[in-house]
Design a protein around this ligand. Sequence first.
Ligand code: AMP
Ligand code: MG
Length: 391
Amino acid sequence: MILFEDALDLVLKHYRSTEKECVGFLDSAGRILAEDVFSDIDMPPFNKSAMDGFACRMIDIHNDLEIVETIAAGKFPEKSVGLNQCSRIMTGAKIPDGADCVLMVEHIENIEDNKIRFLKQSTNPNICYQAEDIKKGDIVLRKGTKIKPQHIAVMASVGCTKPMVAKKPVIGILSTGNEIVEPENVPGLSQIRNSNGYQLITQVERAGAIPYYQGIVRDSEEDTYMALTKAIENSDIVLLTGGVSMGDFDFVPEIMIKAGVDIKFEAVAVQPGKPTTFGVHHKALVFGLPGNPVSSYIQFELLVRPLILKMMGASSLYQTVKLPMDEDYTRRKSERLSWFPVIITDEGTVKPADYHGSAHIYSLPAADGITSIAIGKDIIKKGELVDVRQI
Ligand code: AMP
Ligand code: MG
């Protein structure tokens, strides 16, 4: 049995980078940027007014000012502003030559048809200066960024309409078990519905990869071998669930070896998910995840999701927030690192969710995240900070 931290290191060490592809920038949302994005212009591209008001010279602000022009956003100023002159200007419009400040419209009074007076003692320049945000040629988005709407805005502003992103890895999914039936069926007396397969399909999609669901595999060595070799041929990562425990029909690790997979670990000092198995084939990386739905879910989030992100070159593989416990949390045995589902309260504290163990499928939907308690530790005190990973 290896430590969870060593298991994660081993998994990440065996990553294989996916290729790059060029996509339309709107389709790049949720993808991982594969090349830096540079700006083709200064931002702002010219000195622009931050306010609706009157552009003039700072030295003239206590004098009556004659209005020489009205400059709407998008209009190129025709007149320069001289001694005791100003141009009426709108937010976003280019500052006319000669002017070095904008008086806010709220701070002036009209004294004649085309004359104004400033009512305050002083003013800020109220100008957004050319290139103060970004200079032409600057990197505006870094390779490895997960693309969100705010990144799409930056791409739009620098004309990057065809970014390079990492190709999505293909993740083969197999659900093993003679007792498993597909969800549309009513289970017989000794059967249960396949929840893991569908949970994994959506976890894979959420991680930014392509699920390749291959159905239910019977607990026979032959069926498992056939299904596994086919999955390895067609995927970058293969996920099997079930068949990794100590039962008479749990021969996933054995079949992995037969299929040419070099097993790196078969047991991890973690709870839930102790029998999680990982191995390397030259065609694909293979995980045997436990059959219990909570174990499968959590081990995917802890081991598989960071691997998928690393294969796509993501700069952040997981994010945690530190929050205080709302109450004492205790456990009886402490020989494994243990993860448990938690609820984040409106006050920003962390409460353990109702959780009866790895088969308790209803515990996760009620939870906001998972947190862990280290080996050798049997209590987390109220107020102690814990790392919460959102799920
Ligand atoms: P196993 O690791 O095959 O011994 O499975 C452990 C437990 O998880 C058993 O109770 C299985 O019935 C259950 N299980 C296995 N596969 C699935 C699945 N695809 N969906 C829901 N439960 C499963
Ligand atoms: Mg089984």
